[in-house]
Design a protein around this ligand. Structure first.
Ligand code: PLP
Length: 960
């Protein structure tokens, strides 16, 4: 007997994730002339690649059920107090920041701030972050975050090589101090080799300052074992020999120690994790990179710059060099796209919250406790590795002593760092207390009766830093770091900034290629569960069984979804997945003795990260043409493959293509590449059109990355965090990323590509929860509804704007391109004007001018309701009429609703109004806008002004 209807579970997630109701779906299908979702997707996905079976992942679970299951996994994680250090320190996330940023969809569902007029809140927060980094490092120019400390160091290394090269020299060696964190050294090794950079790892007193030897050197300050040294002499000698100096450093330490910029460093890198960002078993956290002004053109990642709007107000936007990195393609030296915006904002707000005195007090307290601990251990006859330290000690112990101390620490649920020589490392942090220091001393003493008290030690132990190492200059002096220390002030500041940014809490963000789908609250809840958020990445394996099981399940599901045999969760963004996948391909060729395979074919429509990633693994990029339908030009592909067959390494293919079409010849494309000895890399950014319907592995790809922050519901966070795991076919599994601290990866691993073994584990809980709640049935339906939504919109809009590409069936896949180029001539209107005008209607623009200049690419995703799709279509149709007014001469070409968009409240309410349209038309162009008006904070931003005057730190308060 089947279960009676009324007893069926009411806990259903699929209908929450999907926008359209079943009735909507029927109506939309009817408009498109299709009987069912299956019939629709069946005519979009080429027959010879359809999966035609259910995915082998568990059936859907309800929200409560999935969270309960995840809670059981979480219970298998045992959170000890980790004093391991190595770049990861526990810290207190201020409650006001946790609740109002980290756990707040108003912040975490924002898109990357390409539409700056409706992103002023997070851009201001990022300028705060850049100012904080610049102040603390003593270097004038900071970017708006990188992925982690190790990859930031690798970016700095590439930067040094590029700077030296641009001065006409060919120095391809780089020195790394062995005092750097082991994962930093290992990531540099991975990165250096394909670039032909010879890495020397050694002691700082063994650097050969021979003229023109190294492009640069990397020092760690304080060193991984706590040592704080005076590097002035090294810097001087390096500069005399024409070398650049990179310093990996710790922002908290720099509030009391002389900053790198003041002892001559050219570049500083590091992690901001301990500025209020939870450990998360390794991430996500924001890394930083700061440099001297003269290197601004070589800076990787995004830099927020200060400009002004048309009305002369301060306005922030991404600076020129950020846009340049995307234009540079294979000439780029970095492939960074998604970074760590949300975490950078948290770290910057931690500085706003504490202010200079607060940060200094935290630093002095940690340092004081470490000094007391050092004094106590010395009294107990232990030798401490270094005289000057900040918060980290290395204690000389015999093997027997170390065994005993580690055992006692384990009983008290404390993790210490154990070095290979059996000495022990202790890194204190913001959470340390006198009681903890006492317990640590007792562990080393072996008993509880210490011959001294902490108070006795405190009197003599804490001495000022030597003058050559002490910080004497002020920092965080800008008013923003000194205004909001009362929580009410802080809360209102956070809300003020949030209200300037359009996010998914306002309206759909139909960003083609970027898949801004629902980030369900149930998916987000586990991120801040302590069992996931407070785990140190190098805690012993017995403590992280829950995480390991989560990784195993998620890897299994992703392997099934992509049709691959193994998955690596290490890459921290799509770009890093591309890099890792190409490295795996390269390693595979080399394992067969084919060292000469270095040509990478990339269709001209590819995303800018593709050629940049290829360049980073030392490949030569050969562009492949696309035909008029937007498909890869098979004749050109074959010709290029034949021409380069001796050297062919890979093809990078986005599928469905960036034109939003499932190319019917995809199998043939893969075959051509394989025939000529190459491997197929699939850019999985468009996986939202494949899940459950077809699989990269079946189509013929050898590797594919997934943007978990697109297809698998990790929110974009305003430009990060993200995750870019890769799936590989069996023959490539031995080459997957490894790690120097945690054993993982294949036998012939390419080495680590991220600082932490599993990238950013705490946000993997989001994708786990999504897949668990949707199950095999829900995942496939989501893909079909994504296609339905896109085709429904295309159908409604095709009468008003040409749709640039469609498949053979006349349908698009999950996204489509509107061609606006004709209006340039007929009305002087460009795609960007339409993008800005959409803001007046309360919408974020679709993707502008990618992959085709002068177009908009719309991807609605499955999560948008029919009502929301209709609202967006209505806006586009009304805008089309506004354009017609210009074409027909009813509105002037230079001074109309589109050219003047967006319209701010001060403009619309000003005493004078001299425009050829009404105020109502400007601000309330459709009836439903009244109900949900979003006011852009600034008018159209003057890009050129900001590019001429690059300012990347907070402007004076009177300019706000
Ligand atoms: C988003 C995207 C990328 C880059 O991914 P990130 O996660 O931002 O590094 C690469 N290719 C395509 C087609 C994309 O849409």
């Amino acid at each position: 007997m089947s279960e009676p209807e009324f007893l069926k579970s009411t806990d259903t997630f699929i209908r929450r994730h999907l926008g359209p109701t079943d009735a909507d779906i029927r109506e939309m299908l009817a408009l498109l002339g299709h009987q069912s979702l299956q019939a629709l997707s069946g005519s979009i996905v080429p027959g010879d690649i359809q999966l035609n079976r259910e995915l082998n992942v568990p059936s859907h679970r309800g929200e409560r059920a999935a969270l309960q299951d995840l809670q059981e996994l979480a219970a298998e994680n045992h959170v000890y107090r980790s004093l391991i250090g190595m770049g990861y320190y526990d810290c207190a996330t201020p409650g006001v920041i946790q609740r109002n940023i980290l756990e707040n969809p108003g912040w975490y569902t924002q898109y990357t701030p390409y539409q700056a007029e409706i992103a002023q809140g997070r851009l201001e927060a990022l300028v705060n972050f850049q100012t904080m980094v610049a102040d603390l490092t003593g270097l004038p120019l900071a970017n708006a975050s990188l992925l982690d400390e190790a990859t930031a160091a690798a970016e700095a290394m590439a930067m040094c090589a590029a700077i030296v090269r641009s001065s006409g020299q060919e120095r391809q060696e780089f020195f790394v101090s062995q005092d750097c964190h082991p994962q930093t050294i290992a990531v540099l090794q991975t990165r250096a080799e394909p670039l032909g950079i010879e890495l020397h790892v050694g002691r700082t007193n063994a650097i050969e300052f021979t003229k023109e030897k190294f492009a640069g050197i990397l020092l760690q300050y304080p060193a991984t074992d706590g040592y704080v040294g005076d590097y002035r002499d090294i810097v001087t000698r390096a500069h005399e020999a024409g070398m650049l100096v990179v310093v990996a450093t710790d922002l908290l330490a720099l509030s009391v120690l002389r900053p790198p910029g003041e002892f001559g460093a050219d570049i500083a890198v590091g992690s901001c994790q301990r500025f209020g960002v939870p450990l998360g078993f390794g991430g996500p956290h924001a890394a930083f990179l700061a440099a001297k002004e003269e290197y601004k053109r070589q800076m990787p990642g995004r830099i927020v710059g200060v400009s002004k709007d048309r009305d002369g107000h301060v306005a922030y936007r991404l600076s020129l060099q950020t846009r340049e990195q995307h234009i540079r393609r294979e000439k780029a030296t970095s492939n960074i796209c998604t970074a760590q915006v949300l975490l950078a904002i948290m770290a910057g707000m931690y500085a706003v919250y504490h202010g200079p005195e607060g940060v200094r007090r935290i630093a002095e307290r940690v340092h004081g406790l470490a000094a007391i601990l050092a004094a106590g251990l010395r009294r107990l006859d232990f030798e401490i590795g270094t005289e000057v330290f900040f918060d980290t000690l290395r204690v000389r112990t015999t093997k027997a002593q170390a065994d005993q101390v580690v055992l006692r620490a384990d009983e008290q649920r404390i993790n210490l760092r154990r070095y290979e020589d059996d000495s022990l490392g202790i890194a204190l942090d913001e959470m340390s207390t006198e009681g903890e220091v006492c317990r640590l001393m007792e562990m080393f003493a072996g008993h509880e009766r210490l011959p001294f008290t902490v108070a006795e030690l405190a009197d003599s132990a804490v001495t000022p830093f030597p003058a050559n190492l002490a910080r004497t200059t002020p920092y965080l002096t800008h008013e923003v770091f000194n205004r909001y220390h009362a929580e009410h002030e802080m809360l209102r500041y956070l809300h003020r900034l949030q209200s300037r940014d359009l996010s998914l809490t306002h309206s759909m963000i139909p960003l083609g290629s970027c898949t801004m789908k629902l980030n369900a609250t149930s998916e987000m809840l586990p991120v801040t569960w302590p069992e996931f958020s407070r785990m140190h990445p190098f805690a012993p394996g017995e403590q992280s069984k829950g995480y390991q099981e989560l990784f195993r399940q998620l890897e299994g599901w992703l392997a099934e979804i992509t049709g691959f045999s193994a998955v690596s969760l290490q890459p921290n963004a799509g770009s890093q997945g591309e890099y890792s996948g190409l490295m795996v391909i390269r390693a595979y060729h080399r394992s067969l003795g084919e060292f000469h395979r270095d040509v990478c074919l990339i269709p001209v429509s590819a995303h800018g990260t593709n050629p940049a990633s290829a360049a980073m693994v030392g490949f030569t990029v050969v562009p492949v043409a696309c035909d008029k339908q937007g498909n890869v030009d098979l004749t050109d592909l074959e010709a290029k493959a034949v021409q380069h067959r001796e050297r062919l390494a890979a093809l990078m293919l986005t599928y469905p293509s960036t034109h939003g079409v499932f190319e019917p010849a995809v199998r043939r494309i893969c075959q051509i590449v394989h025939t000529h000895g190459g491997q197929v890399y699939m850019d999985g950014a468009n996986m939202n059109a494949q899940v459950g319907l077809c699989r990269p592995g079946d189509i013929g790809a050898d590797v594919c990355h997934l943007n978990l922050h697109k297809t698998f519901c990790i929110p974009h966070g305003g430009g990060g965090p993200g995750m870019g795991p890769i799936g590989v076919a069996r023959h490539l599994a031995p080459f997957l990323p490894g790690h120097p601290v945690t054993k993982l990866g294949g036998a012939q691993s390419i080495g680590p590509v991220s600082a932490a073994p599993y990238g950013s584990p705490s946000i993997l809980t989001i994708s786990w929860t999504y897949i668990a709640m949707m199950g095999r049935d829900g995942l496939t339906k989501a893909t079909q509804v994504a296609m339905l939504n896109a085709n429904y919109m295309a159908k409604r809009l095709e009468k008003y704007y040409p749709i640039l590409y469609t498949g053979a069936s006349g349908l698009v896949a999950h996204e489509f391109i509107l061609d606006l180029r004709q209006f340039k001539d007929s009305a002087g209107i460009e795609a960007m004007d339409v993008a800005k005008r959409l803001m007046d209607y309360g919408f974020h623009a679709p993707t502008v001018s990618f992959p085709v200049a002068g177009t908009l690419m719309i991807e609605p995703t499955e999560s948008e309701s029919k009502a929301e799709l209709d609202r967006f279509c209505d806006a586009m149709i009304l805008i089309r009429a506004e354009i017609q007014d210009v074409i027909d001469g009813r509105q002037p070409r230079a001074h109309n609703l589109l050219k003047n968009a967006p319209h701010t409240a001060p403009v619309v309410t000003a005493s004078t109004w001299d425009r050829p349209y009404s105020r109502e038309q400007a601000a309330y162009p459709a009836p439903w806008v009244r109900d949900r008006k979003f006011w852009p904070h600034v008018s159209r931003i003057d890009e050129a002004y900001g590019d001429r005057h690059l300012i990347c730190t907070c402007p004076p308060m009177d300019q706000y």
